[in-house]
Design a protein around this ligand. Sequence first.
Ligand code: DQA
Length: 146
Amino acid sequence: MKIMVINGPNLNMLGKRNKAIYGDKTLAEIEALLGKEGKSLGVEIISFQSNSEGALIDFIQQHSVEASGIIINPGALTHYGFSLRDALDDSGLPVIEVHLSNIYAREKWRAKSVIASTAKGQISGLGWLGYVEALRTLVGELKKET
Ligand code: DQA
């Protein structure tokens, strides 16, 4: 089983970006933790990050046949990325939306997610652990189905 782990704009800057909000782990460190967790769950993680919405959509379209589910932190595209939202919907795969920070406890404009309506669920505010919990939950659900 393969799970896509997708990160949107500016998440390549984790570790340098406002650490009080986003934590001190780099994206490479988070991806390594997910790879380890994936191994113990018996799934393969396909990771991708881009600052461009088109590249994120291309990646989803290219991998939606081989993958069984998607974990995505869309970055600021969360709040206005309608094309990304449609690509996730078109993939037909279960999606879990993850945010390092609590998007409901920050600026008002961050409290709206255009992605949430196509996601199975959302984890917001648990830092890097949110990705790990999303992976455990998604794989658990997928294993129940097979
Ligand atoms: C974020 C929250 C977004 O509002 C922000 O634009 C990000 C990161 C998070 O992980 O908390 O880039 O998705």
